[in-house]
Design a protein around this ligand. Structure first.
Ligand code: ARG
Ligand code: ASP
Length: 685
C-alpha cells in the first residue's frame, strides 16, 4: 500500500507542470517560483531577480532593437546580443570597402566604436499590476501618461491572461548605441540556414555593442561627447563552464506564445495555416536558391532575404511535426471535454466553449485571407515596393518630400533586388493566391485585369515587361500609369479590409478574443493543479531549467554540449555555410586554446554551444543564460527544430533551447578578434 502511494505521489509529481521546466514568468511575481528555483539550484533571492528598491538583474537586461534581448556585461555599458540580432546594424554599417558581415568588426578603442543610426535599446524601469486601477475605470492612456516621468521614458499597459490582469511597463530607451565587435559571419552565422533550428550546433551567434548616455547617464541623441552608459547592474561572466544538470535561467523578452488556445486554434495552425505558409515559402525558396546557385552575386544579394524566409519556414515545419506528434489537438479536445463537464453547472461558463467555437468558425476565414494575402502577394517584391510608394503618395502629399522618399526607398530596394527572381516568384504567388483564395474575396478588378491580358502568366509577364518601378532611374513622376502601381491600387481596398483584422495571433482575433478572458479565468478556477503563466507578449520574463540533452530518436541521445572539434569536422572551404576563417583552422591545428581550453569528455577542447530545458520563444534571442549564482554562462539564440511547437505546447522531454557558451564568445573575442582588452572590463569569474 505504501509503495502504491509513493508511486501515486511520483506520478502526480511528474504530471504537475510546476515540476517541469515549462513557463515564462513575470519577474515581479517571481517570488511565487523562487522555492522551486532554489530546489533546482538557484542560489539567489527573488529580490536579486527583480526589485524596485535596489539594483537587480533586470537592470542588466535590455530589449535590443525591435525584437531581441541583450545584456550588460560591464559597468561601462558593454552589451552582448546575438549576431543575428545585430545583423541589420552590421549590414547597415558595411560597404564594399568595409564588409563587416564577411570580415567581422572589432573596435580597438572607444573612438573606433561605430554609432548605429536608428538602433535603440530599452531598459525596464519598473512593472506594476494595474488591474484594479483599470477595473476601477482609470483610462489606459492616463496611466501611461502619468508613468512617463523621465527622459526617454516609454510606457505601455499589457494584458496578461487575456485581460484578466493588466500590467504597466515603464521603459527607458537609449538611442546612442554603437557597434563594438562582431565575428565574421563564418563564425557568427556558422552553419547558416542549413544548421538553423538544428542540434548539434556550432554557431558563434554573438555581437557586441555599447550603450552611450548624455549628461547624468540619461538617454541622448548621438554625440561624440556622450559617455558610456553606466548600468545599475551588469552580469559577471562565468568561465567555469557548464555540465549536464546545471541550473540555467533565461531573462529576456519572448514575443508570442499561445499556450491556452483551444483545439480549434491548434488544428487551424497545424492543418491549415502552417501547411499553407510552408508550401508557398517552399516555392519562393526554391526559386531564390536556384538563382543563387547560378550566380555568386545573387547569392550574396539574396542571402538575408533567403535567411528570413527560411527561418519561419523551417520553424513551422518543426511546429507541425511537433503538434502532430504530441497530438495537441486531441489532447486539448479531451481537456475541453473535462472542462465542459465542470462548466455545465456554472451558468457563466456553461456555453463558453460552444460560443468560442462558433466565433472561430466565423472568424477563421478572415484570418486565413489575411495570412494567404501576406504569404502570397506579400512575397512579390516589386508589388510591395509599388504599394509602399502608392500609399505614401497620399500621406506625403507630393512635392519634394515625396520625391526624396521615393528616391531613398527605391535605391535601398534596388540594392538587393533581382527582377528575374521576382518575376518567377510573382508567377507562382499570383497563381497560388487565385487558387487558394475564396472566390468571392478576389477583387473583380484583378480578375478583369488578368482576363484582359489573356491569363495569369501573360498578365505577370505584362507587369514585368512594362513596369518602370524597378528600373534604376525610376522617379516619382513615373508612378502614374505604371502597371505595378495599378495592381497595387487594385489591391488597396482588400489590403485595407485585411488591415482591419488586427491580431497578433489566433487568440486575439476580434469576436474570438472576448471569450478568452472568461475562459482563462474559468481555467484557473477549475484546473488548480496547473501552474499558469501568461502567454509571451514581448514583456520581460524569466524561464528556468537545466542543461540537458535529449533523446532525439530511439537509441539516439543528443549530448548537450558541442565543441570546436565539431566545427572542424564540418569545415569545408567549398561550402559557403561551413567555410571557417583560416585563423580558426590555425588555432585548432596548434591546439592553441590558451585559457579557453577545457576538458570535455576525455579531450582538451573549446566548448561552443549547449542545450538547456528553458522555455523560450522568438524574441528570446540574445537573452542572457545565467547560472545559479547569477553569472552569465551563455547567450540564448535558438531552439531545436523538434521543440518549436513549444509556442503552443511545451514538452519537457524534448523542448530545448540552444545557447552559445560564453567561453566560446570570449575565445572568439580574444583569439579571432584580437580584442582581449574587452575582456578587461568584464568581471570574469
Ligand atoms: N532560428 C533562430 C531564430 O528564430 C535564428 C535565426 C537566425 N539564423 C539564421 N540562419 N537564419 O531567430
Ligand atoms: N531565434 C529566436 C529569436 O530570434 C529564438 C527562438 O525562436 O527560439 O528570438
Amino acid at each position: 500500500m505504501k509503495k502504491f502511494f509513493t508511486l501515486l505521489l511520483l506520478c502526480v509529481c511528474f504530471l504537475t507542470p510546476s515540476h517541469a521546466d515549462e513557463g515564462m514568468w513575470l519577474p515581479s511575481l517571481i517570488g511565487e517560483r523562487i522555492k522551486d528555483m532554489k530546489r533546482k539550484g538557484f542560489k539567489l533571492s527573488a529580490e536579486d531577480i527583480y526589485s524596485i528598491n535596489k539594483a537587480s538583474m533586470k537592470d542588466a537586461v535590455v530589449q535590443f532593437g525591435g525584437g531581441c534581448t541583450g545584456e550588460f556585461v560591464s559597468g561601462e555599458g558593454l552589451l552582448l546580443t546575438n549576431h543575428h540580432c545585430g545583423y541589420g546594424s552590421i549590414q547597415q554599417l558595411s560597404s564594399v570597402e568595409h564588409d563587416y558581415l564577411t570580415d567581422g568588426f572589432w573596435a580597438m578603442s572607444r573612438e573606433q566604436e561605430l554609432p548605429v543610426p536608428g538602433l535603440t535599446v530599452s531598459l525596464l524601469v519598473r512593472m506594476e499590476d494595474v488591474t484594479e486601477r483599470i477595473n476601477n475605470g482609470e483610462k489606459v492612456s492616463d496611466i501611461v501618461k502619468a508613468a512617463k516621468t523621465g527622459e526617454g521614458y516609454r510606457a505601455s499597459v499589457e494584458p496578461m491572461y487575456y485581460g484578466n490582469q493588466y500590467f504597466l511597463f515603464v521603459y527607458q530607451t537609449y538611442r546612442d548605441v554603437r557597434l563594438v565587435g562582431a565575428p565574421p559571419s563564418s563564425i557568427g552565422k556558422f552553419g547558416g540556414d542549413t544548421d538553423n533550428w538544428i542540434w548539434p550546433r556550432h554557431t558563434g551567434d554573438f555581437s557586441i555593442f555599447r550603450v552611450y548616455a548624455g549628461a547624468d547617464n540619461q538617454p541622448a541623441d548621438y554625440s561624440k561627447d556622450n559617455k558610456p552608459y553606466q548600468p545599475k547592474r551588469h552580469f559577471a561572466v562565468s568561465t567555469k563552464g557548464v555540465k549536464e544538470g546545471d541550473f540555467t535561467m533565461i531573462y529576456g523578452f519572448p514575443g508570442n506564445t499561445q499556450e491556452y488556445v483551444t483545439s480549434d486554434a491548434v488544428e487551424y495552425v497545424a492543418e491549415v495555416s502552417d501547411p499553407m505558409k510552408i508550401e508557398l515559402r517552399t516555392q519562393r525558396l526554391d526559386i531564390i536558391s536556384a538563382a543563387q546557385a547560378e550566380d555568386v552575386a545573387v547569392r550574396i544579394q539574396y542571402a538575408s532575404k533567403h535567411a528570413s524566409i527560411a527561418n519561419a519556414w523551417k520553424k513551422w515545419q518543426g511546429e507541425v511535426m511537433g503538434l502532430r506528434r504530441l497530438k495537441t489537438v486531441e489532447k486539448k479536445q479531451a481537456y475541453e471535454r473535462e472542462f465542459a463537464a465542470w462548466a455545465a453547472s456554472k451558468p457563466e461558463y456553461k456555453t463558453l466553449l460552444q460560443d468560442m467555437s462558433a466565433s472561430y468558425d466565423k472568424a477563421k476565414e478572415a484570418y486565413y485571407v489575411r495570412e494567404l494575402f501576406t504569404e502570397s502577394l506579400g512575397g512579390i517584391e516589386a508589388l510591395s515596393l509599388a504599394n509602399t510608394l502608392v500609399s505614401m503618395k497620399d500621406r506625403l502629399k507630393g512635392g519634394t518630400l515625396y520625391s526624396d522618399y521615393v528616391k531613398t526607398t527605391h535605391s535601398r530596394f534596388m540594392k538587393n533586388y533581382s527582377a528575374a527572381i521576382d518575376r518567377k516568384i510573382a508567377h507562382a504567388m499570383l497563381a497560388e493566391f487565385l487558387k487558394r483564395m475564396p472566390a468571392e474575396k478576389i477583387p473583380a478588378e484583378l480578375t478583369a485585369a488578368i482576363e484582359a491580358k489573356g491569363g495569369v502568366a501573360a498578365y505577370v509577364d505584362y507587369l514585368y515587361d512594362n513596369t518602370k518601378i524597378t528600373s534604376d532611374n525610376f522617379d516619382s513622376t513615373a508612378l502614374e500609369g505604371d502597371p505595378m502601381a495599378e495592381l497595387a491600387t487594385i489591391l488597396m481596398p482588400m489590403r485595407r479590409e485585411i488591415a482591419k483584422v488586427a491580431y497578433r495571433n489566433l487568440s486575439n482575433i476580434p469576436d474570438v478574443e472576448q471569450w478568452y478572458r472568461p475562459y482563462m479565468r474559468a481555467l484557473r478556477e477549475w484546473d488548480k493543479e496547473r501552474a499558469f503563466y501568461p502567454d509571451a507578449n514581448f514583456t520581460l520574463r524569466v524561464a528556468y531549467g537545466k542543461v540537458a540533452g535529449y533523446e532525439y530518436a530511439d537509441g539516439e541521445y543528443h549530448n548537450p554540449v558541442t565543441t570546436i572539434d565539431g566545427i572542424i569536422a564540418k569545415d569545408d572551404p567549398n561550402i559557403y555555410d561551413y567555410n571557417i576563417p583560416q585563423s580558426l583552422r590555425d588555432i585548432y591545428a596548434r591546439k592553441d586554446y590558451g585559457r579557453w581550453a577545457s576538458k570535455i569528455g576525455d579531450r582538451e577542447s573549446v566548448a561552443v554551444c549547449f542545450l538547456a530545458t528553458n522555455h523560450t520563444s522568438g524574441g528570446n534571442s540574445g537573452s542572457p543564460v545565467i547560472n545559479g549564482k547569477g553569472e552569465l554562462i551563455g547567450i540564448n539564440f535558438d531552439r531545436t527544430w523538434r521543440s518549436t511547437m513549444s509556442d503552443m505546447e511545451f514538452d519537457p522531454t524534448i523542448c530545448r533551447n540552444i545557447s552559445v557558451d560564453i567561453r566560446y564568445v570570449l575565445f572568439v573575442i580574444d583569439r579571432i578578434g584580437g580584442a582581449s582588452y574587452l575582456l578587461d572590463e568584464m568581471e570574469l569569474k
